[in-house]
Design a protein around this ligand. Sequence first.
Ligand code: NAD
Ligand code: TYD
Length: 391
Amino acid sequence: MSDRLRDYGTIRATQDSPILVTGGAGFIGSNFVLDWLAGDRGALVNLDKLTYAGNPANLASVQNIHRYTFVHGDICDSTLVAELFEKHRPRAVIHFAAESHVDRSILRPEAFLKTNVDGTFTLLQAARSYHDSLAGEEQKRFRFLHVSTDEVYGTLSPEDPAFHEETPYAPNSPYAASKAASDHLVRAWVHTYGLPAIVTNCSNNYGPYQFPEKLIPLMIANALQGKALPVYGDGLQVRDWLYVGDHTSALRAVLERGRIGETYNIGGGNQRSNLEVVTMVCELLDELVPKSAFRPHLQLVKYVTDRPGHDRRYAIDARKLEGELGWRPNESFETGLRKTVEWYLENTAWVDSVTSGAYQQWMEQNYSAREPGNATTVETRGAVDAGKGAR
Ligand code: NAD
Ligand code: TYD
């Protein structure tokens, strides 16, 4: 057994067995961990490599809770992963760990194949032999919940119906391809080895602790500093936004009541064009930071060269999850976005801490080569209305 595991007390595989979370120091993972530990839901072990996207500060408020154990490590480390199963005897795995940013996957796809494909394979193998070693009730209740994305389904035109669980996979970016591969591995481990796994495919999340490389926190962070707000292409690409707390509640429902071998799509029914999202962020900042020197923040929008292979539209049909498991999102896009902007305004120290040297290098790498687009000012209403028409 490796040294980093020796210090932890042994937990038997009883009703009190923990769940094992991977990638719990990232955006969705840390929201899941915080929500889990806020309720009376048992112990949780968090395995995270702490890449640029993982931040232990997200979990500072729970680090001394006895039900919480943090393990710094890689899901590709088969020895460590096997030891974790043996030591903690989890009742379930919730697998978030991944490389998750499309733009990074375009510039450097290697890490996406390593973590998202090899890492998931390593975890599945360890979960399979652990599951085989269990008996009776313990074996019956074990679950492997694989957290995935709607991007595996590819892109929609404005008239297409939303993605449903039977939509054929058609991934277009290295990120989406690596997640699609991992979903297929999970499916095969269910069918071939009887691993009791479930896959969820969720739409774009937003909320507290999202790394400011993704659209919404990037726009907030840049606008507060008076920096350009880079909108790719014409800004009329559509995403279906879900508040992160609604994603974590859906995952708990799937974990407790989802059917083995099934896929559940998760989404909030909030389709918005990127330009519409940026406009709403700017208007919230105008209201919440009335003394800002950069008002109206919308003047900061700069159209830049589009992302290669940019998917035009995502939309999720979540009726299976709603009908079978009775899940509903709590937040509308308006309430969730307001909460999110307020969180970033109250947590500028968190933003400063994650936008260090490596972040500046990423910004330089991703944005400096992008040419200005055709439009240099935003014709707000016309453009936003055009985005709405795309739904
Ligand atoms: P994130 O990039 O914010 O966090 C990823 C976490 O995984 C980080 O804490 C990182 O340190 C950890 N990690 C990365 N490689 C690892 C490895 N080899 N071993 C152990 N830990 C490792 O990602 P996120 O946005 O929180 O997404 C979490 C999961 O949800 C991903 O699987 C992603 O595909 C999926 N998802 C994300 C969204 C979204 O909008 N963000 C939507 C649907 C699904
Ligand atoms: P992102 O947050 O990276 O999520 P995803 O690519 O997984 O959907 O991007 C959301 C949308 O915002 C996507 O259409 C790309 C666009 N976008 C910009 O226009 N400018 C940016 O600087 C970023 C990061 C994204």
